[in-house]
Design a protein around this ligand. Structure first.
Ligand SMILES: [Zn+2]
Length: 624
């Protein structure tokens, strides 16, 4: 667990390029930005030079950029969304409650010109020649001066003007906890073009997809501000502010009014920062791994929690390193920022005033995203359950591992939420685009809870050891890429030597549910005949636990025919009998136990409850 050496990190990075199959390609965007921040007016100006490498087999005549700030304007798509959704994000609306009903008013619709967010691109040039641009909400469309052929590079240069919105949602100014600048999604960001074409999704406060590349960012602002964020600070001495291990913030003593912070971030697909005058900055070293940086307000009420968080954060990263794979960067920053918690490249912005438990929970979750999104960069808009769900799964396990008080099943909450969603009748398949979900609560459960159950239940299907092997191999093969659901399930198939397309299909592309029952238990000639029934449409292999009146117990395993394989015995201390397989089209399944019915105390389908059976009562037979 502590053997993560720099060498092994490099080996990982190197092996990736060799692991790429011939058909896979991904674009590259190398950014150079120089930004001047006016901390009084919350406006900024910048220059961007972007070297775009077209690794696709296609000739590109247009390119697209995201202008996320434009969402924070009256009349934007995000504003319209807030006004039409039944359960809007409470942070973004004013709530009016009467005994009869609750109504909401979008806070974005009330923003004044000096409070809105905006991002304007000026003087766009492609390889030195002017190119035509068109702003369409939160998207900039660029009509290229000359097409970019496959395997060609082109350099885009332009100026941009931005304003940090008053309304905080991930980014914004003066957060409820007093953080001056939360600079997420703050720059003109190249949209991703992949095997499914352009992903120029409008920003309506949901998910992201970005282009892999290197960032070289210079930020100039008032010398009293301290910046935390993505990347490695290149000039700590120049700005008079080193990364002290003792947490002492050394403010600059020179007479200069502004300082320029220079960051480099290699192999990332986003760049985020936050700044405040009152940040305390602490660091903690993960043995053999990354250095963790903590930026939080100099507020006596929260200091103890943020100090206690530091060893916990080290343990969390060690857990992820061991169970998924080594974190590949040299630093990770945990920054008190805008709202809630949001994952970014090599960093996270989180709320910082809550309880220690809450602080640890959000840190665990956002840090886990460094693996599931920031290194395994799935298209979140399309496959949100792969980043939120996988993150929830591994962070729930991590928290349980580092907590003194352990719970039997740290994933229980996800199963309960999933059951709630099924019963609500509002579930949509997980193939529904994130933006298309029109109930926030259902979206969240689908992404976080059902996504987490996808993994834990896969552990039921192929065995937990194979599940964890699958995660590690997935990380090894798809780090620094854009993996798809199919990429993941193919690895699970190879690791477990079973066929699993049915599992991916039923669970993620439909709302089919699982319901197996013990239909009948009858005695026949001193034997007990047991009949099981498949009531739900989704198939599953079955673990059956049988306990006898004499106190002994054994298990039976009914493989699922379409898997063409079996899992190892998960109950290593019990005798297991592998029965004939069960083919999906047969509604019932019958087998007998060589003992009289009266000797049976109880029979349970899936005693671990890792199979998300929506009707648990019929999973148990108890001898009267
Ligand atoms: Zn998340």
């Amino acid at each position: 667990m502590r053997k993560t050496t720099i060498t092994s990190l490099f080996l990982l990075v190197c092996s990736i390029s060799f692991a790429q199959s011939n058909s896979y390609w991904q674009q590259k965007a190398d950014y150079k930005m120089d930004v001047k921040m006016d901390v009084k007016n919350y406006t900024y100006t910048g220059t961007q030079e972007l070297i775009y490498t077209n690794n696709s087999p296609d000739t590109l005549k247009k390119v697209y950029f995201h202008l996320f700030n434009n969402a924070f304007q009256p009349g934007s798509e995000m504003d319209a969304r807030l006004q039409s959704i039944s359960d809007p994000d409470r942070r973004m609306v004013k709530t009016f409650k009467t005994p009869e009903k609750t109504t909401y008013e979008s806070r974005i619709s009330a923003l004044k010109p000096n409070e809105i967010g905006f991002l304007k691109v000026l003087d766009f040039k492609q390889d030195g020649q002017s190119a035509e641009t068109k702003t369409i909400g939160t998207i900039l469309e660029v009509q290229l001066q000359k097409p970019i052929l496959p395997n060609q590079k082109s350099t885009f240069t332009f100026n941009f003007d931005g304003q940090v919105p008053l309304q905080i949602r991930r980014s914004g100014r003066n957060s409820s906890e007093g953080i001056a600048l939360s600079m997420a999604q703050w720059y003109p960001k190249m949209a991703e073009y992949d095997f499914q074409g352009w992903h120029a999704d409008p920003y309506i406060a949901r998910e992201f997809h970005g282009v892999w590349g290197n960032f070289d960012v210079k930020i100039s602002l008032d010398k009293d501000y301290i910046i935390g964020g993505t990347g490695y600070l290149q000039n700590p001495n120049e700005i008079g502010y080193g990364y002290q291990d003792d947490g002492v913030v050394v403010k600059h003593s020179r007479k200069t009014k502004t300082l320029t912070w220079h960051f480099l971030a290699p192999d990332v697909h986003d760049f985020t920062w936050a700044a405040d005058k009152d940040y305390i900055h602490d660091t903690a070293q993960v043995p053999g791994g990354a250095k963790l940086h903590f930026f939080y307000k100099n507020n006596p009420d929260i200091k103890e929690n943020w100090k206690n968080l530091q060893p916990k954060a080290v343990q969390l990263m060690e857990f992820f390193n061991a169970n998924v794979g080594p974190y590949p960067y040299k630093q990770y920053s945990i920054i008190q920022g805008g709202d809630g918690g949001m994952e970014y490249a090599m960093s996270t912005l989180i709320l910082g005033n809550g309880t220690m438990q809450g602080l640890q929970g959000v840190t665990a979750h956002e840090m886990a995203h460094s693996w599931f999104q920031f290194v395994l960069a799935t298209n979140e808009s399309k496959h949100y359950w792969m980043d939120e769900g996988f993150t929830s799964f591994i962070s729930d396990l991590a928290e349980n591992a580092i907590n003194e008080k352990k719970v039997d099943n740290p994933l229980e909450g996800s199963y309960k939420s999933y059951a709630f969603m099924v019963n609500s009748g509002k579930e949509l398949p997980q193939t529904t685009h994130a933006d298309r979900h029109d109930v926030n609560q259902i979206y969240s459960i689908s992404a976080y809870s059902k996504g987490s159950v996808f993994l834990s239940q896969l552990g039921y299907v192929i065995g937990n050891e194979n599940l964890m092997k699958t995660l590690r191999r997935y990380y090894k093969e798809f780090a620094f890429k854009h993996p798809t659901p199919n990429d993941f399930i193919r690895i699970a198939e190879k690791v477990s030597d079973t066929q699993l397309e049915w599992y991916l299909n039923d669970w993620t592309r439909t709302t089919n549910t699982i319901d197996y029952s013990i239909k009948e238990v009858v005695e026949k000639e001193n034997k007990t005949s047991i009949t099981l029934e498949r009531i739900g449409r989704m198939p599953m292999p079955i673990d059956l636990y049988v306990e006898y009146t004499d106190g002994t117990a054994e298990t039976f395993y009914i493989p699922l025919r379409m898997m063409f394989g079996e899992k190892l015995n998960p109950f290593t201390n019990l005798k297991r009998t592998v029965l004939a397989d069960w083919a999906w089209s047969f509604g019932t399944y019958q087998f007998s136990i060589d003992k009289p019915k009266k000797s049976i105390k109880q029979i349970i389908i899936d005693p671990t409850e890792m199979m998300a059976d929506i009707e648990k009562e019929n999973n148990v037979y108890i001898q009267e």
